[in-house]
Design a protein around this ligand. Structure first.
Ligand code: UD1
Ligand code: CA
Length: 460
């Protein structure tokens, strides 16, 4: 049977002390709310509704393809769920409720909740965890025969209840119809004056409806992010989980504590990721590539056996066997073809560097199309911007660009053409030609000695 999911993401997250809503804070480059969304999708939920409220536009901008429902006033988690009643009026069957601030929750665990509800026919299944430090969480209160009887929020605990180490993780699977039928019974007579979703447990029990629990054996998975300290803790857990999976699949990480890999990165076999390397966004890193040390790769493809050393690569494509760095900056639209090179202190933007072509030192190549087997001398710059518009530079196969050439775009260098070092080339160069633009050199014999004599006639 299918399941739908409801993600609660309307809260401000006061404890973050931030102008950004809590669920927009990121872990490994991905906003918290998107982790809940991912867990719901991966668990097989065929429909997802997200409750937004505080700074709703900001949160909704992170969820462009999703159904969001506004909770205009944040009156509590129970009230938040009630806001989705219309959006889910036609849904019957399992409804998973997730918090937008629980990024470590695994899809398998969500699936377990759905399966448990389907197996038992319970009105609700609550995911619980046993914690060494349960402070801050709602506690699980069981009756003498071990059945869940109520969830008590930390601020509403009675003396003696503080020792309860089993907590509510804020993750549930409900019978949607039963849930919406009983939600209006929630009150707000509690320490926070809020409509708590957690009170639904006592309401359902009073009706003799069945409420089951699933207890996770991995309490870390249910960590709720309420403060920046917990944000850092969750980042660390996720970093370890992701790196471990990649290492088990054949990626070498010399020091995995110093490697940060986002959840949307794929690696081939025998990739090596050296310390202080960040691989974020959607990346495809193919077999045998070496990244780092000290490297950032974002939303890019790095092909087989390419090497990126101490460099930044954003929205770019590094071809097979190509080498990048040290200290190169490949900006959006860069395509390095097979065996090409972007060397030391080289910046490339919106440009293709053809097969086997080399840009070894201190160059800026922007808005350019460089052919195959081209050599670009040190200090070459494509002057692509005239202050109003960007213009293109085209360099033919096997051309040789002398050091410190200024290529004033739009300009076209023919196949096999050569430019003299230090030239400002503003006009097209035909195939096979040499273009030099340089003042005649003057050489004055004996000049140094005469100059010194003038300045110091006594020779002291
Ligand atoms: C909640 C649970 C607590 C549980 C803990 C697990 C309640 C009353 N308490 O507490 O039992 O141990 O999660 O992490 O549910 N939200 C809204 N609208 C609101 C209020 C909150 O959408 O009006 C959203 C928040 O954005 C957040 C989630 O609901 O994503 C949980 O709210 P939060 O304030 O963090 O609840 P906790 O105090 O952590
Ligand atoms: Ca929380």
């Amino acid at each position: 049977m299918g399941a739908a999911a409801l993600i609660l993401a309307a809260g401000e997250g006061t404890r973050m002390k931030s102008t950004l809503p809590k669920v927009a804070h990121t872990i490994l480059g991905v906003p918290l709310v998107r982790y809940a969304l991912r867990a719901a999708h991966d668990a097989g939920c065929e429909r997802v509704v997200i409750i937004t409220g505080h700074e709703a536009e900001t949160v909704e901008s992170l969820l462009p393809d999703e159904t969001c429902v506004r909770q205009e006033e944040q009156l509590g988690t129970g009230h938040a769920v009630l806001c989705a009643a219309d959006a889910l009026a036609d849904w019957s069957g399992s409804l998973v409720v997730l918090s937008g601030d629980t990024p470590l929750l695994r899809a398998e665990t969500v699936r377990q909740l759905i399966d448990e509800r389907e197996r038992t026919g319970a009105a609700a299944v609550v995911l619980t965890a046993v914690m060494d430090e349960p402070a801050g969480y709602g506690r699980i209160v069981r009756d003498p025969d071990g059945e869940l009887s109520a969830i008590v929020e930390h601020k509403d605990l009675a003396p003696g209840q503080h020792d309860i180490s089993e907590v509510n993780t804020g993750t549930y699977c409900f019978d949607a119809a039963v849930l919406f039928e009983h939600l209006h019974r929630l009150g707000n007579e509690n320490a926070q004056g809020e409509y708590y979703l957690t009170d639904i447990v006592a309401v359902l029990r009073a009706e003799s409806l069945r409420v089951a629990t699933v207890t996770t054996d991995d309490a870390a998975e249910t960590l709720g992010v309420n403060s920046r300290v917990q944000l850092a803790e969750a980042s660390k857990v996720l970093q370890r989980r992701i790196n471990r999976a990649h290492m088990l699949a054949g990626v070498t990480m010399t020091d995995p504590d110093l490697v940060w890999v986002g959840p949307d990165v794929t690696f081939g076999r025998d990739v090596v990721v050296e310390p202080m390397t960040f691989v974020m966004g959607e990346c495809d890193i193919r077999d045998g590539a070496i990244l780092g040390p000290d490297t950032r790769v974002t939303d890019s493809m790095v092909a087989e056996n390419a090497v990126v050393d101490s460099s930044i690569v954003v929205n770019a494509c590094v071809g097979p066997g190509a080498t990048v760095g040290p200290r190169a900056y490949l900006r959006p639209g860069t395509v390095l073809k097979r065996g090409s090179k972007a060397g030391t202190s080289v910046e490339i933007k919106n440009a293709t560097i053809g097969e086997g072509s080399k840009v070894p030192h201190l160059s800026y190549i922007g808005d350019a199309d460089v052919g195959e087997g081209v050599n670009i001398g040190a200090g070459t710059i494509t002057c692509n911007y005239d202050g109003v518009r960007k213009h293109k530079t085209v360099i033919g196969d096997r051309a040789f660009i002398g050091s410190d050439t200024m290529l004033v775009a739009p300009v076209r260098i023919g196949q096999g053409a050569t430019t003299g070092a230090g030239s400002a080339i503003a006009r097209d160069v035909p195939d096979g030609a040499l273009a030099v633009e340089r003042c005649e050199q003057r050489t004055i014999e004996g000049w140094t000695a005469r100059k010194r004599a003038e300045e110091d006639p006594d020779g002291e």
